[in-house]
Ligand binder design. Structure first.
Ligand SMILES: [Zn+2]
Ligand SMILES: [Zn+2]
Length: 237
């Protein structure tokens, strides 16, 4: 299965838009997060020749602008699709979905999204001393289970522990997205990298709010199995 990077802070080719936030396209049909702004995301969609007519659902990891920003432009171009949120998302966000004739599903628990693609369901974390509700995506392929995260505000290890428990799995093929480790100490990051090897994670793509220290440490540890997460990259899982 292919996952394409539609939005991030670095790019593979000139002409692609970059900024703060993430967006991925899974198997041409499921979008995970929408970056910071509609026009930037649409530019990448056009340049990467993504066929929006194939998109069936958008899964939003959490209700932060750098993940929801491009959603409205997508819905105006492709109404009547499914949007997966969590119960704890803001009411402004939830009330806006029906304006585009889109269907809102609030994934409180483990939820099937498409064949082999699942939401972890709502996991509560904290951000600026407030609760934040977040879901991650789980993808099952012949290579194994992979997990894609938005910002991982509840904690990347907590998310992976939840997935291990939900699916009784003993190893992960790939884990990538934002790990929110930019304010963590090197010592904490080292412990997290160690935990990834205990969890038998084969390939890692630490990006977005993971921070430079975590990106460097994961890259040094994973070498050829460290995933590039530039706009335009395709990750085969
Ligand atoms: Zn973010
Ligand atoms: Zn966030």
């Amino acid at each position: 299965m292919n996952v394409r990077v539609l939005f991030n802070s670095s790019r593979l080719l000139d002409g692609l838009s970059v900024g703060w936030g993430l967006s991925f396209l899974i198997d041409n049909t499921i979008m995970f997060d929408t970056g910071e702004k509609g026009d930037l995301l649409i530019n990448n969609i056009n340049k990467l020749k993504v066929d929006l007519s194939l998109v069936e659902a958008v899964v939003i990891s959490h209700d932060h602008w750098d993940h929801t920003g491009g959603l409205w432009e997508i819905l105006s171009k492709k109404p009547n699709i499914n949007v997966y949120a969590c119960p704890g998302f803001g009411s402004d966000f939830k009330h806006k979905i029906p304006d585009f004739s889109a269907k809102l599903t609030e994934a409180d628990n483990f939820t099937l999204i498409a064949s082999g693609i699942y939401s972890t369901g709502e996991i509560i974390g904290t951000y600026k001393e407030k609760n934040i509700s977040e879901q991650a995506l789980i993808i099952k392929t012949a290579k194994g289970f992979s997990v894609i995260t938005g910002c991982a505000h509840p904690g990347i290890i907590k998310i992976l522990e939840r997935v291990k428990m939900q699916l009784s799995i003993k190893e992960f093929y790939a884990v990538f997205g934002g790990f929110h480790l930019k304010d963590h100490s090197i010592k904490d990051i080292e412990m997290i990298v160690k935990k990834f090897s205990e969890f038998k994670v084969k390939r890692v793509g630490a990006t977005h709010c993971s921070g430079t220290n975590a990106e460097n440490l994961f890259q040094e540890t994973y070498k050829g199995n460290f995933l590039s997460m530039k706009v335009g990259d395709t990750i085969t899982i």
